[in-house]
Design a protein around this ligand. Structure first.
Ligand code: FES
Ligand code: FE2
Length: 417
């Protein structure tokens, strides 16, 4: 059970909050879909860990990422002209380039070049992988980017949605680890998928996953946690689905489809907002619609897929007529809407001391413990699991699923730690 104080500790990321510090100093943080950073477009506002930044793509493909305030007198660079490989502030015309150097300062006539060279600009390195742009906010000398399974280096492409959601990042992370809700919250969608795409699924595993309540077993790993959901079949075998939690911002999970795995990545904006990157990856390119996660007549906004509308006074836009007609949740546009609405409905930072955990909440309960343990250890100078600053490369293996015989353990078929 998490106390109120512990809850504060694992959720808050702004200012000097220990969790924000841990993330800042150890993780590359996702902030945009690569496709949404288009050369020549106005600078994009980015907010992470309670601080404001701007990002933009320059014609040669590089991505700039600066503190929002102009290095001169802090006017917002969101207002700036995009000029070549830099941003020119509209206030006094200073130009800062993509590498974080002031290259022109028209207000300084004497020793102009030397003056420009002396200006410190808060600039951060960006790495793109899996159609996501990730930033390193942890200081100079960025560590190597981790080896993620959903990248082109592994022959994979992603089909991702991007949403900015008004709720603490940990509520979304826990939703990603909690596969039990798939067969309940998403049941109307999954019924359709099984009916329409059954042939694309592996030995009917998805049917089992969506109809049986699992128990969970977890294993620690160097990158974070492996969470196995175990569902007993009627023939005595067990369907095991192993999810890899790359601590603390990424989850990869099996879907039951042949050659498709889920990806979740979370960008903590501040204490009460986060960015969600959700979708799937595999060797064959698919769109989100091909994969079935959206209603056919819903044309999503690539820059905000799941815009939660309304509030508790209108049940966040829930369609009760649809429910009366048999739809489970009353949110039929996409599965992401179903997740977003339930997470927002919990309140901006849910008080976990009031939870009543049940037998299927093992992955969530262990993730909370892992966060608390990692925070305590970090205080003592021990790097958290999956830290980009650790010894050796960080590698996240593919998730997997399998039907186990009566005497088999999911650990026996585990491929990599
Ligand atoms: S504040 Fe930007 S140039 Fe002066
Ligand atoms: Fe969900």
């Amino acid at each position: 059970m998490v106390t109120r104080e512990e809850n504060e500790l694992i959720t808050r990321v702004e200012g000097d909050a220990p969790m924000g510090k841990l993330i800042r100093e150890n993780s590359w943080i996702p902030f945009s879909l690569s496709d949404n950073l288009v050369a020549g477009e106005a600078p994009t506002p980015v907010r992470l860990l309670g601080e404001n930044f701007v990002s933009w793509r320059v014609p040669d493909g590089r991505v700039g990422f600066l503190a929002e305030g102009c290095p001169h007198l802090q006017a917002s660079l969101l207002l700036a002209h995009v000029e070549g490989d830099g941003l020119r502030c509209i206030y006094h015309g200073w130009k800062t380039d993509v590498s974080g150097s002031v290259v022109e300062a028209p207000t300084q006539v004497v020793r102009h070049d030397r003056f420009c060279a002396s200006i410190k600009v808060t600039h951060f390195p960006v790495h793109e992988a899996g159609n996501i742009a990730w930033v390193w906010l942890g200081g100079p000398d960025p560590p190597p980017f981790p080896d993620l399974p959903f990248t082109a280096e592994h022959g994979n492409t992603t089909a991702l949605t991007f949403s900015a959601l008004p709720v603490n990042w940990l509520q979304a992370l826990e939703g990603g680890l909690d596969s039990v809700h798939a067969g309940i919250l998403h049941q109307s969608w999954t019924r359709n998928v099984i009916a329409e795409k059954g042939e694309a699924m592996d030995e009917g595993k998805a049917t089992i996953a969506f109809t049986k309540i699992p128990t969970y077993e977890v294993g620690e790993s160097t990158f974070g946690m492996k969470a196995a959901s175990l569902r007993k079949q009627d023939d005595g075998k067990t369907y095991a689905r192993v999810t890899n939690f790359f601590f603390p911002l990424v989850i990869v999970a099996a879907t039951g489809f042949v050659d498709r795995n889920h990806v979740f990545a979370f960008g903590p904006v501040d204490d009460t907002n986060h960015l969600l990157f959700f979708g799937s990856y595999g060797t064959a390119p698919v769109s989100q619609k091909d994969f079935g996660a959206v209603r056919e007549d819903f044309d999503p906004d690539p820059r905000n897929f799941s815009a939660v509308s309304g509030d508790r006074s209108n049940r966040w836009g829930q369609n009760r007529d649809l429910m009366a007609a048999g739809h489970h949740s009353g949110f039929s546009r996409s599965v992401v809407d179903e997740d977003s609405v339930v997470q927002v409905s919990m309140g901006p930072i849910v008080d976990r001391s009031k939870d009543s955990l049940s037998g299927s909440d093992g992955a969530v309960a262990n993730a909370r413990l892992l966060l608390l343990d990692a925070l305590a250890a970090y205080e003592d100078g021990v790097l958290p699991p999956g830290s980009a600053r650790g010894q050796g490369a960080v590698r996240i293996p593919d998730p997997y699923d399998a039907v186990l015989g009566p005497d088999q353990s999911w650990r026996d078929i585990g491929r990599e730690s």
